[in-house]
Design a protein around this ligand. Structure first.
Ligand SMILES: CC(C)(COP(=O)(O)OP(=O)(O)OC[C@H]1O[C@@H](n2cnc3c(N)ncnc32)[C@H](O)[C@@H]1OP(=O)(O)O)[C@@H](O)C(=O)NCCC(=O)NCCS
Length: 255
């Protein structure tokens, strides 16, 4: 369940439209939140898993508790020192787990920046097709701003990328960068973004769409299943959080 409160949105106040350069900083916020630290992001799932559902972490909590008690109550100095060590060790362990997970997801975030997210206008530019390239598009979902009259807030995004076309293979479109800010979830915005992408892909005669998600994104996977995407394959990664390996899962949708 989302932890943040959803503001009340008037019906039909969500507009899905193509990206324009003035959206860039707001899209960066949606991207970072959706990937690294927002509720239900893969980064958030990994941290939650490691700190709430992992036996070594329970042992660290126990050691911390015992160490703290010993340090506070033991009458003998050497025993108190032992208690202090028993406090420091689990703290170091927790910090290292947090650091490792955070670094991994910041790495994914940065690799997205290097690929398409630092200059969305250039990568997904509207003239892309006119130059004979395959269709690429980036859409945002905007709602009226709660703070400035006449302003808007970008609360979600999605992108369509395309693999190079060959004579033997059909054109495959790739759904990427589907994110909705936590406070605006469960209002159909993710579905609306995805439907916009699907109808555009049909218009461009793309017969097959693919996407890659992870087993750390159960909410997204539920949404994909609901829209009709089907599981295609799994690629295993070395990354592990809370005793669970992260897998990259590919889904496909025939149009
Ligand atoms: C996945 C995501 C984009 C969905 O956005 P959204 O606007 O909440 O989606 P919708 O409101 O259209 O929800 C559609 C369906 O998704 C599922 N869903 C959405 N939020 C859910 C939640 N918190 N718990 C369980 N299922 C949920 C439900 O099946 C829902 O259908 P329902 O409302 O009829 O129950 C959003 O949760 C998100 O940004 N997650 C983090 C980033 C991410 O994982 N992106 C995917 C990258 S591969």
């Amino acid at each position: 369940m989302d932890l943040e409160q959803s503001p009340l949105l008037p019906k039909d106040s969500v507009l899905v439209r193509q990206f324009n350069p003035s959206d860039a900083s707001q899209v960066q916020k949606v991207y970072f939140t959706g990937l690294v630290n927002g509720v239900n992001s893969a980064g958030y799932f990994a941290i939650t898993r490691a700190f709430m559902y992992w036996t070594p972490m329970y042992m660290a909590y126990l050691l911390l508790l015992c160490g703290g008690g010993t340090y506070a109550l033991a009458p003998i100095r050497d025993v108190r020192t032992l208690g202090l060590v028993a406090v420091i060790l689990p703290c170091v362990f927790m910090l290292s787990v947090y650091y490792r997970i955070r670094t991994t997801f910041l790495g994914y975030y940065r690799s997205g920046l290097r690929r398409d997210m630092s200059d969305i206008e250039r990568y997904y530019r509207l003239e892309h097709e006119k130059d004979g390239h395959l269709p690429r598009r980036f859409w945002v979902a905007e709602v009226p701003s709660a703070t400035s009259e006449g302003g808007y807030e970008v609360v979600g995004c999605v992108a369509l990328d395309c693999s190079p076309k060959t004579d033997h293979e059909p054109m495959i479109g790739e759904l990427k960068r589907l994110f909705v800010l936590p406070a605006y979830r469960k209002r159909g915005i993710g579905t609306k973004l995805m439907r916009t992408l699907i109808s555009y892909a049909k218009e461009k005669q793309i017969s097959l769409l693919r996407l890659e998600t992870t087993n750390f994104q159960p909410v997204a996977r539920e949404l994909y299943g609901k829209i009709g995407w089907t599981y295609n394959s799994t690629t295993y990664s070395d990354f592990e959080a809370g005793g669970m390996k992260m897998n990259f899962v590919e889904y496909r949708l025939s149009l």
